[in-house]
Design a protein around this ligand. Structure first.
Ligand code: HEM
Length: 385
């Protein structure tokens, strides 16, 4: 896919939605939240989320991210000179970070939500390529139908509890307002006097689910693959202590946690030399574009962070649209700055205390679930500095 087609498909508002009709189980995971919603419903929450995850609000989240990363590095003390599996560690870290920063609750309070969402993710993945006949689930219900409905109800109940707790705190005067974290912003919008700006409780729950689901696996992937690459290329650990952006970019290029994204045409459109009818799903294969030697050169498959030393335009030989780990256009990932900040905080904390080498136990097997993940984890041996 050339970069002109990517631009055409992602930049235009009239092609900006993703098809949610065929994604029965994904819908249970994300509800009608930002990832799958469209039109005004999408625009209303996108504005709130853009505000909550960028600029000043993001800056205010950094201390909580540091606290979570510190707690992890503290736990790692027991592993000095020993092997540690980082993929599971980063799952805990990223869920704790999103829980503390966006929802103001501790990881332990959100633990049940994560566990249920993780189970729902497995079901969504297992069913992602199955074709469903419309209405069939009303007649024949598979065990996945039954289990996913149970999980969906459980998740809703847990989120409602967290929301109610916050509302009660305001009622009792323990909090002045609903708070400036994402949950606070959503509850405020739910209580908005202006009907046009108000969001329903159902919508609020869907957005919470979306942010738990969209943010954890992807950022866990980014951290895990970066540690793998740094463990293989130990010389880059010292450089990473001074400059991290190009290393993160190179990791996102080689192992983009979201391997692709999609757009649906809303009417007949011309895309490059093609004329696409309405309602065509176009898959944008991020991982293939990131590995294309025509764009990146003959060393496309190698870890060469220095290719990003003079920015993305130079690295892509002017094909700016060819580097898209967070997608592009109006539907670009709303959590990109949040994710990169999380990764930088965690990696700097690790690199301040440790150097690491790849364990002989590591087996390379990237596998695509909802995002690309190391099938057998990533084992490294820690050395205290
Ligand atoms: C390294 C981490 C992450 C990666 C690689 C990633 C990647 C992506 C990609 C490729 C898309 C689709 C964009 C498009 O179609 O143009 C997306 C959308 C989205 N991401 Fe992320 N993401 C990450 C972290 C996060 C985090 C931490 C959050 C939440 C805090 C988040 C929330 C979302 C949401 C809500 C959308 C849908 C946006 C919309 O359609 O308006 N993501 N992400």
């Amino acid at each position: 896919m050339d970069s002109e087609i990517i631009r055409e498909m992602t930049d235009r508002k009239h092609r900006a939605h993703r098809n949610s009709v065929t994604q029965h189980f994904l819908k249970k995971l994300f509800g009608d939240g930002l990832v799958l919603s469209k039109g005004e419903k999408w625009a209303k929450v996108r504005k709130l989320a853009d505000h909550a995850f960028h600029g000043e609000s993001l800056k205010n989240m950094v201390p909580a991210m540091i606290a979570s990363a510190k707690a992890m590095v503290e736990r790692w003390k027991d592993y000095k000179g020993k092997e540690i599996e980082v993929f599971e560690e980063f799952k805990v870290l990223t869920s704790e970070m999103i829980s503390r920063t966006a929802f103001g609750s501790s990881y332990l309070q959100g633990k049940d939500i994560f566990e249920m969402l993780a189970k729902l993710t497995v079901i969504a993945f297992r069913n992602s390529f199955k074709i469903r006949l419309p209405g069939i689930s009303k007649i024949i219900r598979s065990s996945d139908d039954i289990e996913s409905e149970k999980l969906e109800r459980g998740i809703q109940g847990m989120i409602l509890q967290i929301v109610k707790k916050r509302e009660e705190k305001v009622e009792r005067g323990e909090m002045e307002d609903f708070g400036s974290d994402f949950l606070g912003v959503l509850i405020k919008a739910h209580h908005d006097a202006d009907k046009k700006k108000r969001i329903s409780l159902e919508n609020l729950i869907d957005e919470c689910k979306t942010f738990y689901s969209a943010g954890n696996e992807t950022t866990t992937g980014l951290l895990s693959w970066t540690v793998l690459l740094l463990a293989i290329h130990e010389d880059w650990q010292e450089k990473a202590r001074k400059e991290m952006t190009m290393i993160i970019n190179e990791s996102l290029r080689l192992y983009p946690p979201a391997i692709g994204t999609s757009r649906t045409t809303t009417r007949e459109v011309r895309v490059g030399k093609l004329i696409l009818p309405a309602n065509i799903d176009v898959f944008i294969p991020i991982i293939a574009i990131h590995h294309d030697p025509k764009i990146w050169g003959p060393d496309a498959l190698l870890f060469r962070p220095e290719r990003f030393s003079a920015g993305v335009a130079k690295a892509t030989n002017g094909n700016l649209h060819a580097f898209l780990p967070f997608g592009q256009g109006p539907r670009i990932c709303v959590g990109s700055s949040f994710a990169v900040t999380e990764a930088k905080v965690a990696l700097s904390m690790i690199l301040q205390h440790y150097s690491f080498t790849l364990s002989p136990a590591y087996v390379h097997s990237p596998s695509v679930k909802v995002s690309i993940e190391p099938q057998h984890g990533i084992q490294v041996v820690l050395k205290a500095l």
